[in-house]
Design a binder for this molecule. Structure first.
Ligand code: HOZ
Length: 430
């Protein structure tokens, strides 16, 4: 694969951006390559600046549920842009998307738009602390909730990928208010509650973990976490930045039938534009300024272009209930294809999938939590990654990220992907 232009851009980028990028995982460091610079994307495909074409399974880390540059979304953005890029004043688009989110996500009565998932989770825990008048939060090892200080403790995603799950710069005072439990191990949650009676404000969880690779919850886990939160008067916050509108119209909470008190949403409600949101029960949300005293603000919150993009995307999903059946079928086809290769050759690889999110872990263990996810062989993953990329398949460049399927992925894309996996695994284990 020719990567001359990408290499030149990376040389220049490294002089003026930390590590040559504006977000760590995309630097490809953990897979031992230099990143490719993307020029354009459409449907299920992306093209880099050297003209290489890839079937894309990052989908901008989740939001491209309908594929890149969906015509409805692009048209809506174009129209909105003609009317001005930012007002810093209320606009109709905020009401339209707000109504749609409250209608689609059963636990959200009131919603506040922000600019990213990080802002959403940071604001949600401030609100939970104010509401419960308690300081501590429980999060899960390997889960990632953006880069707010309280979350960069045993964090997943890029922090885990690059070996810095506990980031320097987070004060001891902040860190001591974050308690760490183990995903899918309800006893670890109960122990923390028992040892910190009356001081836990909230449990925050990715209902399907996507930031230590894709790790779905066991059948009872989310329900049990809900029960513990209720028993100990703590709020349950679902971080649905990846799963919201992806796993079902109403997110993972609809799929698993568990109702959180607050939900953080992210990039997917912007349809590709920078957006996040948090919402929940009215009695909690009314504590947010200017209804109540909990301060949180932003000039670009509810930005008209971002709202138009997200509204077009959510309107499409709302009107096409077959979206989730399609995604499930595509996800199942990839999973089945890969599983049959693994079992044919008895490769020590396990596959996790929830709907249109999936990960191949380079471990023979079944991956249910951080310990099993991190038993993966990262060198083998890097080798597999390189082979996939050379074959034109663009997967997330980290063992600890989920791959995302869109409605734009065709049967042909999926066949090519499964064949590429067979070649890549053959190289890794051959
Ligand atoms: N941490 C993000 C995915 N979980 C990656 C963001 C990016 O590099 O764009």
């Amino acid at each position: 694969m020719m990567t001359k232009k990408s290499n030149e851009l990376f040389q220049r980028a490294q002089k003026i951006l930390p590590g040559g990028v504006n977000s760590p995982v995309r630097a490809f460091k953990s897979v031992g390559r230099d990143p490719l610079f993307i020029q354009r994307a459409n449907g299920s495909k992306m093209w880099d600046v050297d003209g290489n074409m890839f079937i894309d399974y990052i989908g901008s880390w989740g939001p491209m549920l309908l594929g890149h540059a969906h015509p409805d979304v692009i048209e809506s953005v174009k129209q909105a842009a003609e009317g001005g890029l930012s007002f810093g004043a209320p606009a109709e688009a905020e009401v339209l998307i707000g109504e749609l989110i409250c209608d689609m996500v059963q636990s959200i009565d009131v919603v506040r738009m922000v600019n990213s998932g990080t802002e959403a989770t940071m604001s949600a825990i401030r609100l939970a602390r104010a509401f419960t008048k308690r300081d501590k939060i429980i999060k899960f090892e390997g889960c990632y909730h953006g880069h707010g200080d309280s979350f960069l403790i045993k964090a997943g995603s890029g922090a885990l990928t690059l070996g810095t799950p506990d980031s320097p710069g987070v004060t001891k005072g902040t860190a001591q208010d974050t308690l760490i439990a183990q995903f899918n191990r309800i006893d670890s949650v109960r122990t923390l509650f028992d040892n910190n009676k009356e001081s836990v404000a909230a449990v925050i969880i990715e209902p399907v973990a996507g930031n230590m690779g894709c790790v779905p919850p066991s059948e009872t886990f989310l329900r049990d976490v809900r029960e513990l939160c209720t028993e100990y008067n703590a709020l349950l916050i679902f971080d649905e930045v990846m799963t919201g509108f992806r796993l079902a119209r109403g997110g993972a909470q609809e799929l698993y039938g568990v109702t959180p008190d607050l939900t953080a949403l992210g990039k997917i409600i912007g349809g590709g534009m920078p957006v996040g949101a948090y919402g929940g029960k009215g009695e909690i949300m009314e504590m947010i300024s200017p209804s109540g005293p909990v301060y949180q603000a932003g000039t670009l919150s509810g930005n008209p272009i971002a709202m138009a993009s997200g509204y077009a995307m959510l309107t499409y999903i709302n009107g096409h209930t077959d979206v989730y059946d399609k995604l499930e079928k595509k996800g199942a086809a990839i999973e089945d294809g890969i599983r049959s290769i693994i079992s044919k050759h008895s490769y020590p690889v396990s596959v996790n999938r929830a709907g249109s999110m999936f990960t191949l872990f380079f471990t023979g263990k079944s991956v249910t939590d951080f310990a099993t996810a991190s038993s993966s062989d990262k060198e083998k993953f890097a080798e597999y990654y390189g082979s996939m990329l050379e074959q034109g398949i663009y997967m997330p460049p980290s063992q600890f990220e989920a791959a995302f399927i869109s409605t734009a992925h065709t049967d042909d894309d999926i066949e090519k992907t499964v064949s590429a996996v067979e070649v890549a695994l053959g190289k890794v284990f051959g």
